[in-house]
Write a protein that binds this ligand. Structure first.
Ligand SMILES: NC(=O)C1=CN([C@@H]2O[C@H](COP(=O)(O)OP(=O)(O)OC[C@H]3O[C@@H](n4cnc5c(N)ncnc54)[C@H](OP(=O)(O)O)[C@@H]3O)[C@@H](O)[C@H]2O)C=CC1
Ligand SMILES: O=C(CO)COP(=O)(O)O
Length: 333
């Protein structure tokens, strides 16, 4: 008897896409198709059933890779987007008109892209159509730990809570506990802000400040998230989700975080441009994007998001970190 397996496509073969794809592949319940724009990576994967770039101990069972996005999404009922933030618009445009009518599109990328400062769910809907079934997947999840099957928790958000809960069933036996939410915007806002906060915590640590001071600054960021939440109509309770408080704790307090490491290095005086060449730092782009988005909000003035603006000045205007972070604290009295 031939058992029909649902096809799941992964757009982006980076660390996170590879980790989630691997956990789903080894359940043997799905037909996994991975898309990468890099032909060599695709060939390596198809020959070895292992990612050429990460988690070499994770040998896939049946997944295949392609550098043809049409091939990847063809007949896929579920499509994960796991590219870095500046690739979201590009891959959505490439998928336009190619995806199955009722396909569910799950965005795993965290942040807001620098060049196109809108929530990813909005970018995806604008390109894929208003009726596209968009979900966001966000939580305290380091990719290497997901890949090796550590027990983890994450938030899956969709417009309709019941449909979201039904979709979450695909994660059974992956060791990832899913909490469902219908606050797509709130979950994305936290996913972007926790990286911005982790960079700031890193800078303060790199400068040698103590924990009291760091938490004081974080609390100001929490107020700025509240202001943004009101504007974008995010739900208050989303702060308690894995995608909220959970990911803030993980990213701000663990040095495995690329955003935090980037901040620490800035605090110690390293050059931003050189650091950006080494690793993906989504909070760098999100800081600029959130600032641009906030400039479109009439009720905001310069004081509304002064901590985000202070980080923007450090990252984009070469302002001295200690000076600017101290001056913003003094003004906050
Ligand atoms: N790593 C982690 O622990 C976690 C990451 N995330 C989020 O997932 C997203 C990806 O992170 P991660 O996997 O770690 O990053 P990586 O740098 O490992 O991978 C990013 C991938 O995106 C691909 N990409 C970027 N732009 C395009 C494009 N235009 N077309 C096709 N592919 C593109 C890159 O392809 P190429 O190799 O060809 O450049 C690369 O494979 C981020 O938003 C991150 O915040 C979420 C939770 C945890
Ligand atoms: O999103 C993450 C953990 O939840 C990964 O964080 P970094 O991108 O800072 O490494």
């Amino acid at each position: 008897m031939i058992i029909h397996k649902e096809k799941i496509a992964f757009i982006g073969m980076g660390k996170f896409g590879t980790a989630i794809a691997y956990r789903l592949d080894i359940t043997s319940r799905y037909k996994i198709a991975m898309y990468s724009r890099n032909k060599d990576d695709v060939e390596y994967f198809n020959e070895h059933k292992v990612s050429p770039k990460c988690f070499h101990e994770c040998k896939f069972e049946t997944a295949s890779a392609t550098d043809d996005i049409a091939d990847a999404v063809d007949k896929a009922g579920i499509i994960f987007i796991s590219v870095s933030s500046n690739g979201i618009k590009d891959v959505c445009e490439k998928m336009e008109g190619l995806i199955k009518k009722n396909a569910k599109v799950i965005i795993c990328s965290k942040g807001i892209s620098e060049n196109y400062p809108f929530f990813y769910s909005e970018i995806a809907k604008n390109i894929l159509g208003k009726k596209a079934n968009i979900y966001v997947f966000s939580g305290p999840n380091f990719a290497d730990e997901i890949a090796r099957g550590e027990l983890s928790i994450t938030t899956l958000a969709g417009k309709n809570l019941i449909k979201t809960k039904l979709l979450s069933i695909i994660f059974r036996s992956t060791n990832i506990k899913i909490e469902s939410s219908n606050d797509i915007i709130g979950v994305q806002l936290f996913g972007a802000m926790k990286n911005v906060m982790a960079i700031t915590v890193g800078i303060l640590e790199g400068l040698g400040f103590g924990k009291n001071r760091i938490i004081r600054t974080l609390m100001h960021f929490v107020s700025e998230i509240q202001r943004l939440s009101k504007v974008y109509k995010a739900k208050k309770n989303s702060a308690y989700l894995a995608a909220g408080i959970g990911d803030i704790m993980l990213t701000c307090f663990d040095e495995k975080s690329r955003n935090k490491k980037f901040g620490i290095a800035i605090g110690r005086g390293e050059k931003i441009a050189e650091l950006l060449e080494k690793d993906l730092v989504e909070g760098y782009f999100a800081t600029k994007a959130i600032r641009s988005m906030s400039l479109r909000v009439k009720r905001f003035n310069k004081q509304s998001l002064k901590y985000i603006n202070a980080l923007y000045d450090i990252l984009y205007k070469d302002s001295k970190p200690a000076e600017i972070l101290n001056s913003v604290e003094e003004k906050s009295e």
